[in-house]
Write a protein that binds this ligand. Structure first.
Ligand SMILES: *Cc1c(COP(=O)(O)O)cnc(C)c1O
Length: 481
């Protein structure tokens, strides 16, 4: 290996050239120097490997190196939280961030970020205010509850309630309701951390009033009823309803807490879905406290609600854990704006993206599939079959687990069935590499793109021209070099 025949610019020279100065202004001096050094090292290595190229000027070499450095800096600077197209068919997809917020909520959160806000400040008296006052009136009006506090999420709401009402005491729960929600949220574990003793009653499939009655003692902190969200027991079953438990609770002086999980404020039957017990129902049934999420069916930001009897809500508010799990101003602003939309239920299916997606007419989605399929067919070439497809969407996040909604999308399958699994994986991966990654699902030998949640069809279609599969053997027409 001889000395390269090209004269190589120094790091200093590169940084002082105009492109170097622009890069320093954009990414900072330190990061730019490091990136230029790395690019320069690669450049030297490249020269040694092909010693034939000997006619590059010093200036051109500097340009090449800075361009490489900027490319690396841009890649390192790209946001890690990427926007995606959710074409999984699961409307409230926990791994994709659950509810998409309403424009009103986005605007409210942005204002709250941009300027100081009277978060805990009473503008009438000039004295200290309480942050949950921002949504108190609205939540009480919409749910019929006496009082409310809002916290980080529903897991925090449950933790706070258990720790407040049943610390060092027993929490009575039906064995059939000791659920795992996913992401390590298991009822028994949460109870242990909340400092309450789990008192299981009944059998997995059947729990009777006498089971609850028999478990009540001077050690009882509360009776917890849990919405079994993501599963359903069918067959020979028996559960005790909240209204029945409320009667027992009143007789024995024990609080009844109803963890609704998703929680909805409106009758979903309006939108052609199965009716789910609402928060109002749980309050009417006599639950002393009700807990539910902000970013599931409610369609707002991540949050957890504790609503119900004033004395009990106040006790939760005074628990030091409340301070550790309280909401920030951005989410409170977004939550307030989301809740306001519920004052006009007739326009909710337009204003709230979650409900808009859930209630989107199948014909509309079919029409979208008819438009999208030919574009995909062209982008993928003749080795793939692409056709409009009738599929079923899910609500997600544990709401109505067995309920599916008739939907439409596109099914993509390799014409060559050999190693079809690997081909489908390659296709999924190519779709994830698009400027706005596309997430679908693989089902019965095809990649399904459920178009229910595709709001920006034009943008989706436009980026398909850049779709490239990595290897020729996968049957793609457009292969990357
Ligand atoms: C989803 C769910 C939770 C957890 O709520 P997060 O808002 O995700 O913290 C708790 N309980 C039930 C029954 C649920 O469905």
């Amino acid at each position: 290996m001889g000395k390269p025949a090209v004269s190589i610019p120094s790091v200093d020279e590169i940084l002082r050239a105009s492109a170097g100065l622009v890069a320093c202004a954009r990414f900072g001096h330190g990061a730019t120097v490091a990136a230029v050094r790395a690019a320069l090292g690669d450049y030297r290595y490249g020269l040694r490997e092909n010693s034939g190229v000997a006619t590059i000027s010093r200036g051109d070499a500097a340009k090449t190196i800075v361009a490489k450095a900027v490319e690396a800096l841009e890649a390192a600077n790209a946001p890690r939280l990427r926007r995606v197209f959710n074409l999984t068919g699961t409307v409230l997809h926990t791994n994709l961030g659950r509810a998409v917020l309403a424009e009103q909520a986005i605007a409210a959160a942005s204002s709250a970020m941009r300027a100081p806000a009277a978060l805990e400040f009473d503008l009438e008296t000039g004295g200290r205010g309480e942050r949950d006052d921002i949504v108190r009136g609205l939540v009480c009006e919409l749910t019929g509850a006496e009082d409310v506090i809002v916290v980080n999420n529903n897991a925090a709401a449950v933790l706070l309630v258990l720790n407040t009402l049943a610390l060092s005491k027993e929490t009575i729960v039906s064995r059939g309701e000791l659920i795992e929600i996913g992401g390590a949220f298991r009822m028994p574990d949460i109870m242990a951390r909340a400092g309450t003793k789990l008192r299981e009653v009944g059998a997995t499939n059947r729990t009777h009033m006498k089971d609850y009655e028999g478990a009540i003692s001077s050690d009882t902190g509360l009776i917890l009823k849990v919405h079994t969200s993501n599963y359903m027991i069918q067959g020979f079953t028996k559960e005790v309803r909240t209204d029945e438990l409320a009667k027992l609770g009143r007789e024995k002086g024990v609080a009844i807490v109803d963890d609704l999980g998703s929680g909805t404020l409106i009758d979903l039957a309006r939108y052609g879905l199965r009716r789910e017990r609402t928060v109002q129902d749980a309050i009417k049934d006599g639950a002393d406290l009700v807990t539910f999420s902000g970013d599931k069916l409610l369609g707002g930001p991540q949050a957890g609600f504790v609503v119900g009897r004033k004395s009990l809500v106040e006790a939760c508010a005074k628990n030091p854990i409340k301070r550790a799990v309280r909401l920030d101003k951005m989410r409170l602003a977004a939550l307030e704006a989301t809740l306001k939309l519920y004052r006009d239920p007739d326009t909710l299916h337009e204003s709230l993206p979650t409900l808009r997606h859930l209630s989107r007419p199948a014909g509309d989605i079919h029409a979208s599939a008819e438009r999208v399929a030919p574009v995909l067919r062209k982008a993928l070439g003749e080795n793939w079959s692409v056709s409009p497809y009738d599929c079923a969407s899910q609500i997600g996040s544990g709401a109505l687990p067995l309920e599916t909604i008739a939907s439409a999308g596109v099914a993509i399958a390799p014409r060559d069935k050999k190693q079809s699994g690997r081909r489908l994986e390659a296709l999924s991966s190519a779709l994830r590499r698009l400027p706005v990654p596309v997430i679908g699902r693989i089902e019965k030998g095809a990649l399904i793109l459920d178009l229910r949640c595709l709001d920006e069809e034009t943008e989706f279609v436009a980026q398909l021209t850049t779709l490239t599969l990595r290897s020729a053997e996968l049957g793609a027409q457009h292969d990357s070099p």
